[in-house]
Design a protein around this ligand. Structure first.
Ligand code: ATP
Length: 300
């Protein structure tokens, strides 16, 4: 649904986006990860039609985004530092958004007031950073976007409101198939939310993965064999990674869960348990040869 194909963008003399290609399905929550300066904001602004790519294509539902008003009316970009008109209250900003977003819902705005509990008559710039971000979420969601683009959205939000906002996003995706793209430095921050992850490094998308595929393809297993068992099982199971504590092995194995278990059972283990893997662990084992910059993104 969202497609960036071979996108290049220079700012001054620097190549900020470098042959970047990326796909986001409709109704997906896509986590865009990358270290400082990787090009996330530039990519998101290009997707939102704020910046024009030098070459390549950026389309939403098959239509070019740049200078396409019809598309832009259904896309909401929330920058890492939400900005509002100086002196405007939330109520006045709501009126402004209502005039430019045809899908604005007053009913939704009133309903979300119960979640955010901000004083609509107070000037937004007098709110704290976290409260300003809450106001940005409130206004953004009231425009009923088809595509919601969020640049580092959870910065400065306390854990309670962070969970509330994440729940709201999931709800919108489930109810009206909204597509969400969220940029972050940190896998842990978005892993409970996203169904796809893309890693951007030096302006290029290096890895794009479906989280369910990843999770079904890699497993952590705790296993122990009777003393007399020969070491042949290692040849057969082919773990990606193995740790031994006494007679118990912790294995990371790639493949189909049932096939792996059946295979191990032929060696008559005295202990055999599947353990949960975090997304961070999956990425690390999956990309054993990844470079330092990517490890940094995953472990920070
Ligand atoms: N307006 C600009 N003028 C000059 N350089 C810019 C401009 N905007 C972005 N850049 C450069 O482009 C590169 C990518 O910046 P961008 O903000 O897209 O990265 P990012 O991945 O969002 O980084 P961060 O996580 O630090 O926000 C950086 O080196 C930045 O200095």
């Amino acid at each position: 649904m969202i497609k960036l194909e071979h996108v290049n963008k220079k700012i001054e003399k620097d190549q900020i986006l470098d042959d970047l290609s990326l796909n986001v399905n409709k109704g997906s929550i896509y986590g865009l990860l990358g270290s400082n300066g990787a090009g996330k904001t530039t990519m998101l602004k290009t997707l939102a039609g704020i910046l024009k790519q030098d070459s390549g294509t950026v389309t939403i539902a098959g239509e070019n985004v740049y200078e396409n008003n019809a598309i832009k009316q259904s896309v909401f970009f929330m920058p890492d530092y939400p900005t509002f008109f100086p002196q405007y209250t939330t109520k006045q900003m709501a009126k402004f958004f209502q005039s430019i977003y045809p899908n604005w819902s007053e009913e939704r705005f009133l309903k979300l007031g119960e979640v955010f509990e901000l004083d609509v008559n107070k000037k937004i710039h007098t709110y704290s950073k976290g409260l300003q971000r809450q106001a940005a979420f409130w206004l953004a969601l009231s425009t009923n976007p088809s595509v919601f683009i969020l640049d580092e959205p959870f910065d400065g939000l306390d854990p309670v409101i962070r969970t509330k906002v994440k729940n709201l996003l999931v709800q919108e995706v489930a109810e009206r198939d909204m597509t969400v793209i969220i940029s972050s430095h940190n896998l842990r921050e978005v892993e409970d939310l996203c169904d796809h992850i893309g890693i951007i490094h030096k302006g290029t998308c290096m890895i794009e993965k479906d989280i369910d595929d990843l999770k079904s393809d890699i497993h952590k297993i705790q296993v122990a064999f009777p003393k007399e068992t020969k070491e042949d099982w290692k040849e057969s199971v082919k773990p990606l990674y193995m740790e031994q504590r006494g007679s118990v092995y912790m294995l990371i194995v790639r493949g189909e869960k049932q096939k792996i278990l059946t295979n191990i059972e032929t060696f008559k283990p005295v202990l055999l348990d599947m353990l949960p893997l975090t997304l961070e662990e999956i990425f690390i084992y999956e990309m054993g040869d990844m470079n330092y910059a990517i490890q940094n993104i995953l472990l920070s």
